[in-house]
Design a protein around this ligand. Sequence first.
Ligand code: GSH
Length: 207
Amino acid sequence: MPTYKLIYFNSRARGEVARLLFTLAHVEFQDIRLEYGSEEWLKMKPTTPLGQLPILEVDGQRLIQSKAIFRYLAREFGYYGKSNWECAKIDGIMDTCEQFHTPVVPILRSEGSEKAKLLQTYQEETLPQILKGLESQVSDGHKYFMGEKLTVADLIAYCDIELASIVAEIPINELLHKYPKLSAIRSNVESIDRIASWIKTRPKSFL
Ligand SMILES: N[C@@H](CCC(=O)N[C@@H](CS)C(=O)NCC(=O)O)C(=O)O
């Protein structure tokens, strides 16, 4: 088994799906968490390919971009699709989830009326569009996006819906009340023992 080191901030945002994949697969990894804006990060930043995290080190070799990391681990541990078609469906869900993130930094960095305007667009336009789209990707009566088997698509939706709820300042139950299939995926993910105990014991962070 290779040696894995996940380098990210003390945040769930673009790192938690990787942590959940390690947890589910019962694979050891170093969970390196830097403080955003810290000396340590500012020193490391110019040594990284993009000046950004996360980075996954596999036996000392570096992989950049959160989605590439998630796909790599999902393939390694058996949480990607069973066919090219399923992998493409999962990619569609992952790309859709990226839209949860796009407005986050502008919202968090703005203030006053500008912030209120961005937040309102996020709450009233962005989130309903993404959630409706994701809900349409779950077949009736299925436990997860791809049927009975959990994949990285469920993990990313699980993590990014939580992020969206925090940024939008809307409790998750309220956010998901019109989306019963996404609500069910959420409960199914949370009721997996390894995930439930990871959630209980993981370091606390705002996002
Ligand atoms: N497309 C990249 C985006 C990574 C990204 O935006 N990382 C942010 C944290 S979530 C970062 O490293 N910011 C630190 C900085 O810009 O100094 C990915 O998905 O990995």
